[in-house]
Design a protein around this ligand. Structure first.
Ligand code: GYE
Length: 329
């Protein structure tokens, strides 16, 4: 996949990973099969997914399931938490009880993970975070975090607005899930970009990263404000919901009200090409390959990068038209 920068290697990771490697080799609890050609044991990996809230999430799930296969040396247990933290904690606890070799999850919100992460650590099961960060003071509770820089994504969206749409605008913001890393960070990044301009966020509410949520919140915004210049949506799906609301109100999305979103999934890119969205910052959902690589390393007791930042692109309407046909998700 498109590459990234490696920030720092975690020393704490090595000790957890080394213990995990020992238990993976000695225990018969990992499925026991030989990974094709490599001669190593199959790795039992328990993955707790956020949910199925967006096109991005569907692409992310498919990529993880297509990559962590038996041929690739994995026995994947996968569960969908329906955007509820308690479901994720329950799934992680059940994987710990099963004695998987490694845990991976995309945390729905940032806080509240210390207890379950501590339980994983006590069971010598390393944890890999994918996509979203956790807010913890103890870095030894996870081995590695693979995902995009969400602050940079928000800032890139804001920079484009400042440079291309002018410095005096009234903006409504469709936020992602309250308390989630992408919602917190994209808001912060966009805020930085518009600092010192007359671009004002006149209203901001969560649409929970869903199309239905985006539509509903946008209907409310349109009822209470008649001077909206721009919608900043934290993902494509909420932007697509906003398009429906704007059209239903008899206005033209992309013209009467401009729209900037983040993700660049196929439906979003199509709306960009159709002129209904004005700019999209990409968030790459294809994290499976990195997850497989890091999981193999931690289970083998090798040191891994503590933070892997996935690289993202960004698209104008003209740029989207050139790549749309080749977009696989
Ligand atoms: O942007 C959104 C999804 O965490 C980066 O979650 C992910 C976000 C993505 O629901 O579409």
């Amino acid at each position: 996949m498109k590459r990234k920068t490696f920030l720092r290697a975690g020393l704490a990771t090595l000790s957890i990973a080394a213990m995990a490697a020992m238990s993976a080799c000695s225990g018969g609890d990992s499925g026991g099969g030989e990974a094709g050609g490599s001669g190593s044991e199959t790795i039992a990996l328990g993955f707790s997914q956020v949910g199925a809230e967006s096109g991005w999430r569907a692409a992310n799930t498919k990529d993880i399931q297509d990559t962590l296969t038996e041929e690739n040396g994995f026995k994947l247990s996968f569960s969908d938490a329906q955007q509820k933290q308690e479901n994720q904690i329950q799934a992680l606890r059940s994987y710990i009880a099963q004695g998987v070799d490694v845990l991976a999850f995309s945390p729905v919100v940032e806080t509240g993970w210390d207890a379950v992460l501590q339980e994983a650590k006590s069971a010598n099961i390393p944890v890999i975070l994918t996509d979203r960060a956790v807010d913890t003071t103890d870095d030894s509770l996870f081995a590695s975090f693979i995902g995009s820089d969400f602050v940079a994504e928000g800032q890139r969206a804001g920079d484009w607005v400042v440079e291309n749409l002018g410095k005096d605008l009234k903006v409504v913001e469709l936020q992602g899930t309250t308390g989630s890393a992408p919602a917190i960070d994209r808001k912060e990044g966009f805020g930085k970009a518009i600092e010192g301009t007359d671009i004002d966020i006149i209203d901001s509410q969560t649409g929970d990263f869903t199309r239905a949520g985006g539509k509903q919140v946008m209907e409310g915004f349109l009822n209470s404000h008649d001077d909206i210049d721009l919608v900043f949506a934290h993902n494509d799906d909420m932007g697509l919901g906003a398009i429906e609301a704007i059209e239903a109100a008899g206005k033209k999305p992309g013209k009467d009200i401009k729209i900037v979103t983040i993700d660049a999934v196929k439906d979003g890119m199509q709306a960009l090409v159709d002129g209904k969205i004005n700019y999209i910052v990409e968030c790459n959902p294809l994290l499976g390959e990195d997850l497989a690589e890091i999981a193999k390393k931690v289970v083998a007791g090798e040191a891994v990068e503590k933070r892997i930042v996935v690289e993202d692109a960004a698209f104008t309407q003209e740029e989207a038209a050139k790549v749309l046909a080749d977009r696989t998700y």
